[in-house]
Ligand binder design. Structure first.
Ligand SMILES: Nc1ncnc2c1ncn2[C@@H]1O[C@H](COP(=O)(O)OP(=O)(O)OP(=O)(O)O)[C@@H](O)[C@H]1O
Ligand SMILES: [Mg+2]
Length: 158
């Protein structure tokens, strides 16, 4: 799936939409050049899931956003070698919430493919081309149906 974003506001909106399809245990791997909008997209996801403002964790490696569904935001920009990647212990966070990884290029070979959604951002004439792979987009529809089902069941109650 390819989406074009013309502004950072639009990218935030796309992030909010992506968030609605995420579930506990998902890992989202963000790749793409410097300034391509990875953190901006993550801001949208984090706001939707936890109502918090995401900031780039460049200097601390991980930011944790508590919520009903906690979000763990890694930025691997500073990691240079495989030994460093092995020491961050990101695996401990799997199944505790949702893991978002910026500069996932550094770790891509060891990510569990069945849990991972791949999002690549590219800059083209000032716009951002967002390519998404592995997002199960029928999830929300299912939930919507369930919600409708619950609403119907509730109306029959009274
Ligand atoms: N369509 C767009 N989507 C996202 N950001 C945009 C867009 N158009 C312009 N920008 C600008 O590009 C910059 C993107 O920065 P952002 O920190 O999100 O990128 P990044 O990929 O996380 O960078 P880094 O590689 O340094 O972590 C911001 O200053 C933002 O305002
Ligand atoms: Mg960033």
């Amino acid at each position: 799936m390819k989406i074009i974003s013309k502004s950072s506001e639009e990218t935030i909106k796309i992030g909010r939409d992506i968030a609605s399809y995420l579930k506990k245990g998902d890992i989202v791997a963000f790749t793409g050049e410097l300034g391509s909008g990875k953190t901006t997209l993550i801001k949208g996801i984090v706001k939707a899931l936890t109502d918090r403002e995401a900031t780039s964790p460049s200097f601390v490696l991980i930011n944790e956003y508590p919520g009903q569904l906690p979000v763990f935001h890694f930025d691997l920009y500073r990691l240079s070698c495989k030994i460093e990647v092995d020491t961050i212990g990101w695996e401990e966070y799997i199944d505790k919430g949702i893991i978002l990884i910026e500069w996932a290029e550094r770790i891509i070979k060891v990510l569990p493919i069945e849990k991972t959604i791949f999002i690549h951002l590219a800059i083209q004439n000032g716009k951002r081309i967002i390519t998404i792979k592995g997002l199960k987009i029928n999830r929300r529809k299912k939930n919507d149906k369930q919600r409708k089902g619950i609403a119907r069941a509730k109306s029959q109650d009274s």
